[in-house]
Write a protein that binds this ligand. Structure first.
Ligand SMILES: Cc1cc2nc3c(=O)[nH]c(=O)nc-3n(C[C@H](O)[C@H](O)[C@H](O)COP(=O)(O)OP(=O)(O)OC[C@H]3O[C@@H](n4cnc5c(N)ncnc54)[C@H](O)[C@@H]3O)c2cc1C
Length: 277
């Protein structure tokens, strides 16, 4: 099937894009890498959209060192996140996430901003930026605002982004010396969406655990985090299983996903400690 768009405009800068979205009167849709949006349009899950193409806005792309923080432009493509030296050094969780996302063709076009705005609960970047406690920077008709990753994901494919707004960038605190960041997941085949996935960060100040594919949004596992801070891995796995409520679908049952989450937590801890789960 072919996509049915209500119109197309290539934005020349962010203000132009915002103006075009405002003029579209509710039908405006931001087009970034197109890897999810065009697929949805081809399946006629979305029709009549006025596409505002931001893909050529160089000001929204790239990674910069902002002192204590990294700033990642929303249009930075998955492939560029994967090979960026600043990301490798200061946010290795994101480099690792890229290795699990789809296939090369999709990684060459898909953008981190598109993945976050799309908010697929099975996607790697949303869980990773939640684990990293990143901040999302948004520009809209009324100016700019910043939202913590923990407040950004609202429901399946639903975020705090309002009509007419554009996600501009993500900022996150740089990984400290001695900090560990790992991602573990189980997928049926390499490149498939994960049946379950888990991000783990160990910092001197404590642990962060976030999961993908176990709920409507990425899940911050605060019980498991507290148990890892003060107790054993067994206690953390037990806490994790009480705080997630995964869905059952054609891919996996809820109980299997719960089981996987525990296995992934053990694997992630073992990787950090250099042992076997
Ligand atoms: C076959 C296939 C397999 C995939 N497998 C995986 C996988 O294993 N893991 C994974 O994480 N992802 C996977 N993806 C999704 C992929 O990562 C997409 O690239 C990503 O979800 C969307 O990014 P995009 O830049 O292409 O966004 P687009 O498709 O252009 O846009 C997606 C949505 O986000 C909105 N949007 C985009 N950018 C912005 C912005 N800056 N501000 C506001 N709104 C914006 C659009 O309006 C649209 O609603 C897969 C996709 C396909 C087609």
């Amino acid at each position: 099937m072919k996509a049915q768009a209500g119109g197309y405009v290539r934005a020349t800068d962010v203000s132009h894009a915002l103006r075009m979205l405002a003029e579209a009167d509710g039908a405006g849709r931001v087009l970034a890498g197109g890897q999810s949006l065009i697929a949805a349009m081809n399946m006629r899950l979305s029709t009549g959209d006025m596409l505002v193409d931001i893909s050529r806005l160089a000001e929204l792309s790239g990674v910069t060192d902002d002192g204590d923080c990294l700033r990642i432009g929303a249009l930075t493509r998955h492939v560029d996140i994967g090979r960026d030296p600043l990301i490798r050094r200061f946010a290795p969780l994101l480099s690792e996430a890229v290795d699990h996302i789809a296939h090369a063709a999709i990684r060459n076009r898909g953008t981190i901003g598109g993945a976050l705005a799309h908010a697929d609960p099975a996607a790697e970047f949303p869980a990773a930026i939640l684990c990293l406690d990143a901040t999302l920077h948004i520009q809209g008709p009324d100016g700019t605002r910043s939202v913590a990753a923990g407040d950004f994901f609202v429901d399946v494919f639903t975020t705090d982004l309002q009509e007419g707004e554009i996600l501009i960038a993500i900022t996150l605190r740089k990984c400290a010396q001695g900090e560990h960041q790992v991602l573990e997941e189980v997928a049926r085949r390499s490149g498939d969406y994960a049946l379950a996935g888990l991000c783990l960060i160990r910092r001197s100040s404590g642990h962060r655990v976030a999961l993908l594919s176990v709920g409507a949004t990425p899940v911050l596992a605060t019980g498991a985090m507290a148990a890892l801070d003060t107790g054993t891995v067994d206690e953390a796995v037990a806490a994790l299983k009480t705080e997630i409520d995964p869905p059952s679908d054609t891919q996996a049952s809820a109980s299997y996903r719960k089981h996987l989450a525990g296995v992934l937590l053990r694997r992630a801890v073992a990787r950090i400690e250099g042992g076997q789960p």
